[in-house]
Design a protein. Structure first.
Length: 164
């Protein structure tokens, strides 16, 4: 007697096991959560290097370096659902932002990308200020929360560190 479905299941397992893209996709999923990263930035006074970040999250799916005024460069490390921006001036490196870019993570504030604007207002209350698509919440613990809203839906959650 043959049980239906096992042939298809076996074929899927073989494809997944033999596919290099499947393995590559797994290596780019950060093992850490945003709450842990935020705490680490707070404890170290935002002084993390790209190497420190990569030691926690692994190699980013994309890294971009741009020159900026007042520093040598701005390095942006992109992971699936997460971006981290660091300014680098000589040997000094400093986290200036951490952002959630998809619904895979929930922010410590209890919101996530994809939430309706009404859910954010219910969880966080009214923002201190609104600028175009940005809802800016008061600075707490050395970080400013910015919720990006388009068509009444959250598409990015970002914490900025230091003076603006």
């Amino acid at each position: 007697m043959r049980i239906k479905g096992y042939g298809t299941l076996g074929a899927l397992l073989m494809v997944c096991a033999c596919s290099p893209s499947y393995e590559a996709a797994i290596t780019h999923v950060p093992p850490a959560n945003p709450t842990m990263l935020l705490r680490q930035v707070e404890m170290q006074g935002a002084t993390l290097s790209a190497e420190d970040v990569e030691s926690v999250l692994g190699e980013p799916k994309r890294a971009e370096v741009q020159p900026v005024e007042g520093a040598d460069s701005l390095r942006t490390l992109e992971y699936y659902g997460l971006e981290i921006g660091l300014t680098e001036a000589g040997a000094l490196s400093r986290v200036i932002f951490l952002a959630l870019t998809d619904a895979r993570y929930t922010a410590p504030e209890g919101i996530r990308v994809g939430f309706a604007a009404a859910q954010v207002l219910q969880s966080l209350g009214s923002p201190m200020r609104r600028e175009d698509d940005r809802w800016i919440y008061p600075d707490t613990r050395g970080r400013r929360l910015i919720v990006f809203v388009d068509e009444r839906v959250v598409y990015r959650i970002e914490w900025r560190f230091g003076a603006e």
